[in-house]
Design a protein around this ligand. Structure first.
Ligand code: BTN
Length: 269
């Protein structure tokens, strides 16, 4: 497939694509913008391998093979926000899973900032939800060498102005347009999101416990009875916490406590 690069903006031109209120130091200083691609994550991965700097963003109006978690297809027609962010954190590879939570938190705090009356939250491990319906998700892909991270591609999808979803998504997904009844310029949300992500990311690198507090604050699962699917096994339990490694702390019906890593399981009910 051939991609049409609409624009690649460098440092000098950034004021033209950032809203007057956006204020990022690193994120979005270089933006590769496409009309239609298979997946922004793949393009960002290639750019990162070629040495693209931290904070570089790849964005597309439409994706034909958007990738979701656990090999799911990600519905990405025009009017959503589909972007991938290149990160180069100095961390061990075992800490990467927390970045998905960070991404979901970034979507949630952006919604809170723009629409304080909407009750958005995080659904572990990588979803942003409004009233139990998914409004956005995060897919991180990392390149590691000797258990150290070389780079991470943080792929973020947000249903900004999508009005109709195909079945079965129509039962589980929502958009900002559907929740607010208003058209929300995708670019405005993008600027807010990059600001939030930058704030959360550097605060996380500095002190990961601060991030955890914010994740707990916005977690829609704490104190709830849920079902988690781990391979073929389904566990039912009460969500007690999200721990410092981003694991879900579940008290099973038997009374036993189980910690589940983000890559291990997904919520099934
Ligand atoms: C999920 O919730 O399953 C994760 C969805 C991640 C979707 C985004 S859209 C931009 C980036 N490119 C992709 O192919 N996927 C991510």
């Amino acid at each position: 497939m051939n991609y049409e690069l609409i624009e690649a903006k460098g440092e000098g031109e950034i004021s033209q694509i950032m809203s007057p209120t956006s204020d990022t130091r690193v994120f979005g200083k270089r933006v590769y913008s496409y009309s239609k691609v298979e997946s922004t994550n793949d393009i960002a991965y290639t750019l990162a391998e070629q040495g693209a700097e931290e904070g570089t963003v790849v964005i597309a109006i439409e994706q034909t093979e958007g990738k979701g978690r656990v090999d799911h297809y990600w519905f990405s027609p025009p009017r959503g926000l589909w972007l991938s962010l290149i990160l180069r954190p100095l961390m061990v590879s075992s800490s990467i899973s927390q970045l998905s939570l960070l991404g979901a938190l970034g979507i949630t705090t952006s919604i809170k900032r723009m629409f304080p009356l909407l009750s958005s939250g995080i659904r572990w491990p990588n979803d942003a939800v409004i009233n139990g319906k998914k409004i956005g998700g995060v897919l991180c892909r990392a390149k590691n060498e000797q258990r150290k991270v070389v780079f991470v591609i943080m792929g973020i999808g947000v249903n900004v102005n999508i009005e109709e979803f195909p079945s079965p998504l129509c039962f589980t997904a929502t958009s900002l347009k559907r929740e607010t009844g208003c058209y929300v310029p995708e670019e405005t949300f993008q600027h807010c999101l990059l600001e939030e992500l930058e704030r959360l990311y550097f605060s996380f690198l500095d002190d990961s416990s601060a991030l955890l507090q914010e994740i707990r604050l916005f977690s829609s699962l704490l104190g709830k009875q849920i079902k988690v699917k781990i391979n073929q096994e389904e566990l039912t339990g009460l969500v007690q916490d999200i721990d410092e490694k981003g694991r879900l702390v579940l008290r099973l019906e038997s009374g036993i406590q189980r910690r589940i890593g983000p890559e291990e399981g997904c919520i099934s009910g």
